[in-house]
Design a protein around this ligand. Structure first.
Ligand code: TNX
Length: 482
């Protein structure tokens, strides 16, 4: 068994040096937060994480004290919009950043560094490779409630994930209440895959998720999947189907059989109402329109429809994201295309040529619904079996022919929920592969290697045990808590 990594931070920071003796927390420690109430809030989050081993007390201002933790916002610190500088000496633990996000990330690093009441003496300067470090959760096939989503936000924020993409609608269910179209959830949310009772978020629930995400520096990206994956919407409003026939609720897991009717004014009134409410409820800059697997929408109709929907999104003040298929339509520069189907990289190349930027979600690397191995009970393996090393060992810069580093917004791991029913299922599929994807997104390629990652990952089990995360103890890793 290899020696446990002394400084086991995931994702690996941009630079890290050992500088001397550790910072010992002791029974009581002060956290100095200056005068900014937002910094104080981040300090309070740190204090909470240090419980119950250390009583951490917040001190406004920057009084000089022995053995204090100091959080300080400094516009001149550099390291960009998300970077931070951390230094642990015997008498001081200093976190400085130009932004609140940077301070928050410094705190996440501290959570991973504290072992047995102390932090090793280190100096870290850290900055991410990509600005988009996402996790997608499908709440449509199986529904996950506010508490589950909030717990997931907390767990992924520890790995500096900054986007939560919610796949809110699909054939099996529509999961977000839309005031102007109430039947979407009074009718369209009744069931879920397998036929059990469904569920949905009220707008207040959604606001609670957005607020919880914001406290963890996570932006929520809502996805309304159009024009396919719409059986649930059609059960609620059959007039949106070309044949006008009300379909049955769908409890299976096939894709590609449903479509909105493309050349009806009513369809665009519907899209405008829905996107308008979703945009108004979402502070983030993006709305995801799906666009995937519209196999029963004729090609011409599909391109017409996507072009119109992109304008609708822009009309509500947001930028469009769509799955890679939207690159078949003329998309304006500035559109974001999410690459998933590695059998068809040309769509992503075409998207880049059209001036779009890419989010990389290669299904054979970061689809968290893929099984780990042949005996694994959950998930599927249409793209691959994905062990943690597979999720780690790839380079975003060489994935899509013709896409340069600057064409890539970042990386997003996606958890589809056809087979994933409980929070324990979510956690087993997400951990440890999400931290692998997070490091792919955060850490420069030249600094990454599997063996170093493996040892730092093994140390995360200490935290996961405390947090009662139902992770998959991959045999590729020596787990420290086992
Ligand atoms: C493909 S990826 C889908 C989803 C499925 C997933 C299952 C994508 C954009 N569409 O509808 O849930 O595969 O792995």
């Amino acid at each position: 068994m290899p020696a446990p990594a002394a400084v086991a931070v995931v994702p690996l920071p941009a630079s890290i040096e050992t500088v001397g003796d550790p910072f010992v927390l002791g029974a009581r420690v002060e956290i100095h937060v200056g005068g900014d109430s937002e910094v104080a809030r981040i300090g309070a989050q740190l204090a909470e994480h240090l419980q119950p081993t250390t009583e951490a007390v917040l001190v406004a201002g920057t009084a000089d004290a022995e053995r204090a933790i100091v959080l300080s916002l400094d516009p001149d610190e550099g390291l960009g919009a998300e970077g931070y500088h951390l230094r642990a000496d015997p008498d001081r633990l200093l976190i400085r950043a130009a932004s609140l996000a940077g301070l928050f990330y410094g705190v996440q690093t501290v959570r991973q560094l504290v072992r047995a009441g102390r932090l090793p003496g280190v100096e870290i300067r850290d900055v991410p490779r990509f600005g988009w470090r996402g996790m997608m959760l499908d709440v449509a096939r199986h529904f996950f409630d506010v508490a589950a989503v909030c717990r997931l936000i907390e767990l992924v924020a520890l790995y500096k994930i900054n986007v939560l993409h919610l796949h809110l609608t699909d054939d099996q269910g529509w999961r977000l209440a839309i005031d102007s179209r109430p039947r979407l959830t009074t009718v369209g949310a009744a069931i879920q895959a397998g036929g059990g009772a469904g569920g949905f978020f009220t707008q207040a629930d959604y606001a609670a998720i957005v607020a919880h995400a914001a406290r963890h520096f996570v932006t929520v990206v809502p996805e309304i999947d159009l024009p396919g994956h719409t059986n649930a919407a059609l059960t609620a409003y059959p007039e949106l189907a070309c044949d006008g026939v009300e379909p049955k609720p769908y409890a299976g897991v096939e894709v590609g059989f449903s479509s909105l009717c493309i050349d009806r004014a009513e369809t665009y009134a519907f899209v405008d109402d829905v996107i308008g409410e979703v945009a108004a409820a979402t502070p983030g800059g993006f709305v995801h329109i799906g666009g995937d697997e519209a196999l029963s929408t004729p090609d011409d109709d599909y391109t017409t429809f996507i072009g119109k929907v992109v304008s609708v999104v822009a009309g509500h003040g947001k930028r469009t994201i769509g799955w890679q298929e939207i690159a078949k339509a003329p998309i304006p520069p500035g559109t974001v295309v999410q690459y998933w189907d590695t059998r068809d990289p040309c769509q992503a190349t075409a998207a880049v040529e059209a001036g779009a930027r890419l989010i990389l979600s290669p299904a054979d690397r970061v689809y968290l619904d893929m099984a780990y191995h042949a005996q694994w009970q959950l998930g599927t393996d249409w793209a691959a079996q994905i062990e943690v090393r597979d999720a780690y060992d790839w380079n975003p810069a060489t994935l899509v022919p013709g896409a340069r580093e600057s064409d890539i917004l970042g990386v997003e791991a996606a958890l589809w929920s056809e087979t994933v029913e409980t929070m324990a299922d979510v956690e087993a599929m997400t951990f440890p592969r999400l931290p692998a994807a997070a490091e792919v997104a955060w850490t420069a390629q030249a600094r990454r290697d599997w063996f170093g990652f493996r040892d730092r990952l093994g140390a995360q089990a200490v935290l996961w045990t405390q947090l009662q995360v139902a992770y998959y103890p991959s045999p590729q890793v020596d787990w420290q808590a086992l």
